[in-house]
Write a protein that binds this ligand. Structure first.
Ligand code: ATP
Ligand code: MG
Length: 349
């Protein structure tokens, strides 16, 4: 596209110039024939016109480059106008220890006027608790997770971590406390180990192997020629969806964060692997507060509290037993899924 425009531009310049030279020569030749000007003047004019060609051409190129530069400048100024992390408050946060305490206080969020993702959502996951968020596709579950990570900013209400609004935390401090297995995982074009330890240069190989084992990756690693040092292709294309997801789980296991966010973390795993991963995650998450987003109610059933989200609002809440007794949306969904799959993937034993 770009080259084609360049070509068109060059052709246009050449055409205009050739036409000008031809016209000039034609006019002066006519005068020469009629005896108005000398033959020497015709030759001189020809030489001058040819000398003009290069500079004029350069002028054309300069005009084109200037236009391009201005276009880049406008996207640059747009970029510079974005708020940076440095503009967020950077109070020296006293790093808390132990499981985090997460609170949503009347949080609303919309992408734009028509797309409201969350409506006045309030809940609390106190330190060490396991909270499940269930609900149909498009209910706003992933948006809720992204709000906690500071990827989106609420349009109303406050999110608090250990009682402090997360908007007062530096993003780095906030994210250091959270491990997340997102719905879609992007891997770096680096070794498996680097993808699990993510920037922790001093990471012990043993720790990384432990995290890989917790994510049921050991068998895969054993098959690889260079084990954990094997490079995954760019964007992780050499791994299957389920393997990628397990790398993400290993990442979360490695991080040992205070708050563990799982967004459909086991959706691409086969039932047997899924059960094993959940067992390990349950053990691993002991030091963390857990927020589990899932379509599969069997994975939510052990949670201390289950939030049923529909069209951005919490329509039901309570533990598994209470929700079944309530006989609402959850009970209906449970009946449907229970008939389909009888096994509970996340059982403490
Ligand atoms: N970037 C975006 N711009 C505009 N609307 C969006 C954007 N991302 C999500 N949405 C809309 O916001 C709503 C909530 O999306 P969200 O991803 O939170 O749903 P979800 O509950 O995670 O769904 P799923 O179970 O399919 O993952 C949906 O209606 C979706 O179409
Ligand atoms: Mg989602």
């Amino acid at each position: 596209m770009f080259h084609r425009r360049r070509l068109e531009h060059g052709a246009a310049v050449a055409l205009v110039f050739s036409a000008t030279v031809a016209l000039g020569l034609a006019l002066v030749s006519r005068d020469a024939v009629q005896g108005g000007v000398s033959l020497g003047a015709v030759v001189m004019l020809n030489a001058y016109l040819l000398q003009l060609m290069r500079p004029l051409e350069m002028l054309g190129f300069a005009a084109r480059d200037l236009g391009q530069g201005l276009a880049y400048l406008s996207s640059l100024s747009h970029l510079l106008a974005q708020p940076t992390e440095a503009q967020r408050p950077r109070e020296a946060g006293t790093a808390s220890k132990g499981p985090a305490d997460l609170e949503f206080d009347n949080v609303s969020f919309s992408f734009n006027a028509e797309r409201v993702a969350l409506r006045e959502v309030s809940f609390r996951a106190s330190a060490g608790a396991t909270l499940a968020v269930v609900g149909p596709s498009g209910a706003g579950k992933s948006s809720l997770v992204r709000l906690i990570l500071g990827l989106y900013t609420p349009s109303g209400g406050v999110i608090r971590l250990d009682g402090r609004p997360i908007s007062t935390l530096a993003l780095e401090d906030l994210r250091n406390q959270i491990a997340v297995v997102a719905q879609d995982t992007i891997l770096l074009d680096d070794s498996l180990a680097a993808n699990i330890a993510l920037g922790s240069a001093a990471a012990e190989a043993q720790e990384i192997a432990g995290a890989a084992a917790a994510a049921q990756l050991s068998d895969l690693v054993a098959l690889l020629p260079e084990g954990l040092r094997t490079r995954v292709g760019s964007r992780g294309l050499k791994l299957s969806g389920g393997e990628r997801q397990r790398v993400a789980i290993a990442r979360a296991a490695f991080k040992r964060a205070r708050l563990l966010l799982l967004d459909e973390a086991t959706a691409s795993l086969d039932p047997v692997t899924e059960q094993a991963v959940w067992r390990d995650l349950a053990a691993l998450g002991e030091g963390a507060t857990r927020l589990i987003v899932t379509h599969r109610l069997a994975a939510a059933r052990q949670a201390d509290e289950i939030l049923v989200l529909d069209q951005g609002a919490i329509v039901e809440r309570g533990d598994h037993r209470a929700l079944l007794e309530a006989g609402g949306l959850y009970a209906r969904l449970w009946d449907e899924q229970h008939r389909a799959a009888a096994s509970a993937p996340w059982a403490h034993g």
